[in-house]
Unconditional design. Structure first.
Length: 235
């Protein structure tokens, strides 16, 4: 398997990340030798926070039922007793002007329902990730996006907004995407107000890593260039 610990060290160093990247793997069944998640959480993106803090585990579909929006983007059908929760949540969001119902069909969704989802810090992942989630200040995510463009693995999509979890299927379908996040995600993950997200397909991670050092060095030189130019040309 790929040396993900080395990739995490390299990416974190080149980009200047302070939060660990999270590896997310969509599996047909729970993998062997990976602990199951035990407990209850209010959202699927809560699992991102737990993994960024160092936990490695897998979830099953029932672990995602408390978040009807996240269950929708992950193609996880709610059980009959809770089937109306998605419609109720979307109705509430539409009623307060947060979303228009006609926008919903355009939200990216996983192509098939996972039997289990593995979450881990990138360097600790026990299986190859389908998507790797990065979060950090806008200037750090800027470097990731520029590296993705250089590596030819950036999506053609504009920066995504709500719901944040749609970034995972969007990245799987089209390459690295950036996301501004959403208010629910910020509550459940406690990311800083100025932080953004980037979602990178696992298949593109090595190509991305090849470009980050060049982009980081180039930006450091451009910083000096623009600072000197500002001083020279400012009256």
């Amino acid at each position: 398997m790929t040396d993900y610990r080395r990739l995490e060290r390299q990416l974190s160093s080149d980009i200047g990340l302070t939060r660990r990247p999270v590896a997310v793997s969509f599996c047909d069944a729970p993998p062997r030798d990976v602990p199951a998640f035990r407990g209850t959480v209010p959202s699927g993106c809560t699992f991102w926070r737990l993994a960024a803090e160092g936990a490695t585990f897998y979830t099953v579909p029932a672990d995602h039922y408390n978040c009807p929006i996240g269950a929708y983007t992950h193609n996880i059908p709610l059980p009959p007793a809770r089937a109306t929760e998605l419609e109720d949540t979307l109705g509430f969001m539409a009623g307060i002007g947060y979303v228009r119902m006609e926008e919903v069909p355009a939200i990216p969704v996983l192509p098939k329902s996972p039997g289990a989802v593995v979450y881990a810090p990138l360097g600790d992942t026990p299986v190859d990730p389908d998507v790797v989630l990065f979060s950090g200040p806008a200037a750090r995510v800027m470097l990731l996006q520029e590296a993705a463009i250089r590596a030819g693995v950036a999506s053609s999509l504009n920066t995504l907004g709500r719901p944040t979890c749609m970034a995972l299927p969007a990245a799987l379908a089209g390459g690295m995407v950036a996301s501004t996040g959403c208010v629910g995600n910020r509550v459940y993950t406690a990311v800083a107000e100025g932080d953004l997200y980037a979602a990178v397909p696992g298949r593109d991670l090595a190509k991305l890593a090849e470009a980050t050092a060049t982009i980081s060095t180039a930006n450091a030189k451009l910083l000096e260039y623009h600072q000197a130019r500002r001083q020279e040309l400012s009256a």
